[in-house]
Structure formats: C-alpha cells, structure tokens
Ligand binder design. Sequence first.
Ligand SMILES: Cc1ncc(COP(=O)(O)O)c(C=O)c1O
Length: 398
Amino acid sequence: MKGPAMTYNFDQVIDRKGTGSLKYDCAAARQVPEDCLPLWVADQDFRCPPCVSQALIQRAEHGIFGYTEPDQGYYEALRYWFSRRWQWQPDLNGFVQTPGVVFALAMAVRAFTQPGDAVLIQTPVYYPFTEVILDNNRRLVTSPLSLRDGHYEMDFVSLRRQLETQQVKLLFLCNPHNPVGRVWTATELRQLGDLCARYQVKIVADEIHADFVYAPAIHRSFLTVNPNLAEQTMVCTAPSKTFNLAGLQIANIYLPGQAMRTAFKHEVNAAGYSQANCMGLIACKACYSAEGEAWLEELKLYLQDNIAYIDQFVAQNLPELAVIKPEGTYLLWLDCRKLNLEGTELRQFMRQQAKLWLDDGFIFGQGGEGFVRLNIACPKATLTEAMRRLQTACQQLR
Ligand SMILES: Cc1ncc(COP(=O)(O)O)c(C=O)c1O
C-alpha cells in the first residue's frame, strides 16, 4: 500500500501500552484476557497529524492553561473544514462546544424531552444512544434497520408507524451509521426529514464519522438536505474520530435554531460545564487545516486498503463469515450468524478461541445478535494477525 505518494507511515506499529489506553491498558479491569488483540473501541492506532502534535507542544511550552474560549481562528478553522470537506456553510454562531458527542446526546435528551417521553433510534446502532435515553429515564422506541443482500436500509414503514403511534419527541440519527457503515443518501435523509417535519419530531444527527466516507458515497449533512428543519435539528460534529483526539475531549455541536440552542446551553450549564479543554481547542484548530486534510486523504486510502484486505480474506478463507461492506466509518460489521453461536457464546469464541477483543453485536440492540464490530483503524500487520487468529479459531469449529 505504502506507495511513493505516501507521506505518513500508517504501517508503523506503535506501542500504546502504559498510556492509560482504554484499548490496550484496561483488559484485566474489564475481565478480558490480556492476550486478546483489541479491535473494539473506536479510536485509531495511528498518531495524529504532526501539525496537531506541534501545535499542542507549542501551547504546552507556554505553560499556563487557564480557562479558555475558542478564538476567531478556531471558528475560521470550522468554516474551512465544513465548507471544503462537507460542502456545508453553517452559521458559526450556531456552534456550542462540549467535551464530547455522547455528552451532547445526553444534554439533548434532557433539553428537548421530559422524563417518560419517547426517543427513537434505528438499531443496531452505537450503544450509548440507548444508554443516554434510558439513563435519563426516557422511553426507548426503536425502528430496526432492514438488511437485504448485505445492505442495510431504513425501514420507513416501521419508522412512520412508530412516529405516528408512540408520541416520539426526539430521533437520533447516526450518519454515517455506526456499526453498519451506511452513508445515508440525500433521498433517504429527505424522506426521514419529511417524516420528522410531519410528526414534529426533533432530530439529533450524529455525524461524528462524516470524514470517513468512501467514494462513490458522499456525506450529506442533515441540514444541507433538510434546510427547512433548522429550528428542530441539532448536528453533532467532532474532530475526535477523524484525527484520533478522543482523549482531548472536544466536540462542536451545531444548533442553528435559537430556541433549541438556548435550551441546550441551559442543560450544559446545569451539568456544570463551561469552558472547553484548551488543548482540545488547539488540536481542533490545527487539524481543520490543509495539513490535516492531506493527512486525512492518505489515511482514507490506507483504511480503504484495510477494508479491501479483510473483505478479501474473509471471502477466501472464512466461509462462515460475511463482511458488510462499509460506505463510511473505520468500523467493520461482521456477520457471524452462520457460526450458530448464541448470546454470549460468540463473545466467548472471539475472546477465548480467537483471542480477539471485539464489540459484540448484541450490545448495539435489536438486529445486532450474531454480529461483531471490528475496528480497522490500525496497521495492516495488526489486521493480518487478527485474521490469522480468526481463521485458526474457525478451523477448530469446523
Ligand atoms: C456514532 C458515535 N457517536 C459518538 C461517539 C463518541 O463520541 P465522543 O467520544 O465525542 O463522546 C462515537 C464513538 O465511537 C460514535 O461512534
């Protein structure tokens, strides 16, 4: 893969142990065998772009880390990124910074619904969606995606029925969709938007994976397709997945409608959060830049090559498994239903036999049983080892 055009060495295996890494340092605390290869949580095993580290070092050398507000340059960086990468021109006054997207999801639940109100999700989906709804004593309403010939689709019949009968107040959209890898088309987003308009449902569009979309798919930010829904929509963005900055705790949440923004800010204040992490602000400003873009373009090529490798390996060597080809994200959704392992048996198999620490499909809700999610944002050597382990384990089952 690493041809002459590559500037960054994504093949380099970097030891992350001893950095407090959730992936590499916390197996025992989570009752996972320490010899499992961790390919679960969605962070990358790659270093962030050098322009980010340099900006952080320069800021660290100043030595004073007091309360900090985003400056004009920060907003210019947001403008640069969203207009160039997302073909989106948001009103920069509509952004609110939070320490993460999941925090923003929880604040949205509190700001836009009352205890007992219904919030809808499309399963299988990123499991904190369910957690922030239930942990805040709201009612979970689901509309499972349908899987046809290896391709997931929204089930608009069920969606409409649920919106019509369940008094849904808020809908969480995941685009690109974690874990199934769909990048929703303009037609799908418009159809969803029309339903939300009709039933007066507010929308939280979680677009944290939007920078990982592979041609011919195109990321369409929800409001670019449904500008009429500006007053009832919140869009979640963050540089954290794109540039591997999750530990720096910075997200940019867009609420163009004054009423929703005020209600959201009130909940953020009520949670006791005010100024953002100063290093997160520095990192975001540095990566939303031409250097960040160049790095991302190379990374996307590397990731596409990783996806192709797994796809081919599974097709050639693991007839029991099937890869759901992702249109976006760096997460692969593996169909293991032919292994006929029920409930936690699949987890046992992956951890005890294959020695892989993956995310179990069932934690993503209805429709996730019999699947696992595999993070491919790692050097090819790590994936080769993972596939070797999986093949050996599957051979023993045959
Ligand atoms: C869809 C989705 N939203 C949010 C997050 C996490 O966001 P944060 O770390 O900013 O809370 C993830 C992480 O994997 C994700 O996949």
